[in-house]
Design a protein. Structure first.
Length: 361
């Protein structure tokens, strides 16, 4: 019997995510909630030409658009297959079996999965819902021999965000111990806090970003890395011949050149966050989240959130129900345009009112 290498045997993955209807209101995966406008979609369709499909990709224009967006040199940038592709590239390039890696928990699951795959010694930095993470806690987690700190900023689903000065302190501490500092900025466009300015000050900083969130391109699976050329060269040595296919590269270039699409959506999310807080205030005991495109909601004690989630699914609305500590029973809701948030809040309010009447009777 042919066996997988040791790291692969300890990883269990689902074969397919939960099926959701195309017409459903999908608020469970931190995606863009609604389609792009017709003009944008028509422009994207117009990019599909015969030569684009039959020729190998040419990525120069996409890299120039990314350079203009980030204000970093092309040699300081690398496209990846989503942010998780960037995370895997870091593990493949820098992490060996037995290396100690630190990351917050709960957070994006791929840090834990790649730690298992590459047989690293994972050291979770446990988060609590009632006490935000501090710089001192992060610094204390980095000890001599730590190979890498993976640090989402801001984080999900328990949201925190550290300032750029705090990130500087962490980068300096990691640098003094020979530790990589990988800052996951998947939600950067909602917070505008970045560690990217640190790459010229420290040779151990790697910034990872995604085009799945504010830019709304989750279906294309595009992320990118910002780092010193020396680090990019190492990461580049592990990549496939082409980081993006030709169709993806053309769409990415178009979207990056029209930042107004992204900025409009960021403003929409900010407005809807305020609406949701007002609308769910009477039935929710806690609503957390200011720097991403989602909120974490704790309903009032009488509401069975698993039953509420199931009810919403019957109404073709999908939210994320958490059943793991320390956020058992909380709902993560992706934010979107006001009309969609009104539909969600109306359904939740109706369910809660019916639940209350049943309880009183």
């Amino acid at each position: 019997m042919i066996k997988a290498r040791p790291g692969i045997r300890v990883v269990a993955r689902w074969s397919n995510p939960l099926l959701r209807t195309a017409s459903g209101l999908c608020l469970d995966r931190n995606e863009r909630v609604t389609d792009f406008d017709d003009q944008t979609l028509d422009t994207i369709r117009g990019l599909l030409t015969g030569p684009l499909l039959r020729r190998y990709p040419s990525l120069g224009s996409a890299y120039l658009a990314l350079s203009a967006l980030t204000h970093h040199l092309v040699e300081e940038l690398l496209f990846t297959a989503g942010a998780d592709g960037a995370i895997q590239a870091v593990f493949s390039s820098f992490i060996s079996a037995g290396d100690r890696v630190v990351f917050p928990s709960p957070t994006y699951i791929m840090y834990e999965i790649y730690s298992r795959v590459y047989r690293a010694e994972a050291e979770p930095l446990h988060l609590q819902t009632d006490s935000p993470i501090t710089v001192d806690e992060v610094l204390a987690s980095i000890t001599p021999g730590t190979r890498a700190l993976f640090f989402p900023n801001p984080n999900q689903p328990i949201e925190y965000i550290l300032s750029e000065s705090a990130l500087d302190q962490i980068a300096y501490h990691c640098h003094s111990l020979g530790c990589l500092f990988i800052v996951d900025e998947a939600y950067y466009n909602f917070s505008n806090v970045t560690a990217s300015t640190l790459i010229r000050r420290y040779g151990n900083v790697i910034v990872i970003r995604s085009l799945s969130k504010a830019f709304g391109l989750a279906g294309l699976r595009v992320g990118y890395v910002i780092a010193r050329k020396s680090l990019i060269d190492i990461l580049r040595s592990m990549k496939a011949p082409y980081e993006l296919n030709g169709v993806t590269a053309a769409i990415v270039e178009q979207i990056l050149k029209h930042q107004d699409i992204m900025l409009d959506y960021v403003r929409t999310v900010a407005d809807s966050r305020q609406y949701l807080r007002r609308a769910l205030g009477p039935v929710a005991s806690e609503i957390n989240g200011d720097y991403t495109n989602a909120v974490l909601v704790r309903m009032t004690p009488r509401i069975d959130t698993a039953a509420l989630t199931a009810y919403l699914a019957t109404r073709n609305i999908f939210v994320k129900h958490h059943d793991d500590a320390p956020i058992v029973g909380r709902l993560r809701i992706t934010l979107g345009p006001l009309r969609e948030m009104e539909r969600l809040c109306n359904e939740i309010t109706a369910y809660c009112q019916a639940n209350l009447r049943e309880h009183l009777s």
